[in-house]
Design a protein around this ligand. Sequence first.
Ligand code: UT7
Length: 356
Amino acid sequence: MLKSKIAGIGHYVPETITTNDDLAKVMETSDQWIQERTGIQERRYAKKHEETTATMGTKAARIAIERAGITPEDVDFIVFATLSPDYYFPGCGVLLQRELGITKTEIGAVDIRNQCSGFIYGLSIADQFVKSGMYKNVLVVGSEMHSMGLDYSTRGRNVTVIFGDGAGAVVVQPTEDANSGILNTKLHSDGTYAEKLAFVSPGSHGGYHTKKQGYDTEYGFDENIEYGEIFVTQKMVDEGQLYPQMEGQFVFKLAVTKFPEVINEGLTDAGLKASDIDMLIPHQANLRISQFVQKRMGLRDDQVYNNIMKYGNTTAASIPIALCEAWEAGKIKEGDLVCLAAFGSGFTWGSALLRW
Ligand code: UT7
């Protein structure tokens, strides 16, 4: 039976390092608070006005393409996962196509908006296209440039200190080798708590949210506002609503339940158990979440790879960056059982189980 495998992987992180002390200069926070609560020591910020989500994604993609032994012209489908796109529209997929110099039009490009689980959703989409025989070289990219859109005042500190910039990419190809490739992917969603971790304004709701922190769906409307005037209002600017918002503890509690659940779901489906995992790459949301999941799954330190200490949470890019780093460091070898898992905004979550 036709399966799919990761044939090439690459990542890119910008050069500029922003430390916790750098952030403490502009907002009320401290290196101690950030490290204790999240494990993060520093993160990367892209070069303002030079780099974008699409250009970083392109850098990662070029490496993945080369390692897969193909050229950009061989790519026949692009899946681009991001929550921080260059434009509202069009999506980053076509911008990446252009940056890669792919001029042929016998290619499709899709952007997916699944935040932290974006890469796993993207990998699953690629897996289905490849297994069905429709495409032979699917490029999956996760890239984020958070730095441009964060609130650097104390008001935004609970979110801002967590996020960083970067990109990762893989090329997914068909394989007939029964002993390697993607064994399964498991995807979930629950929209009940959509606003617990969200960036809601401006939007087609045409209002402004009325609770600043931990808000549910409650909007305020100015009756005098006309069509065309409602997209960004002065009130949104004044109240700092044009930033992501998160009810951290709520998200944390769900994350530590859903990670083990979805990892076990994939393992059970494949007739495997936690001790069979050679490398777990959890989405890098918070080192404390990863440690909790590791303990719950009964895994040793060498069975889990974390790099949030250096990069913060890079959302859709975090898994491919970590996977790439672990592979480059020789921590993932041929035949290893690799598990990827993520949970985040939506809420959406998922896992992917692969034989490397
Ligand atoms: O990747 C997508 C999924 N996201 C996640 O999985 C994130 C999950 N949540 C978390 O990782 C944690 O909730 C955070 C790291 C975001 C926050 O940690 P926490 O222990 O849940 O803190 P908290 O939000 O409950 O805030 C505790 C206190 C508050 O002060 P008071 O009200 O107790 O006086 C905050 O105002 O810490 C304060 N605080 C900060 N203090 C210094 C919040 N952010 C900061 C900060 N520096 N950066």
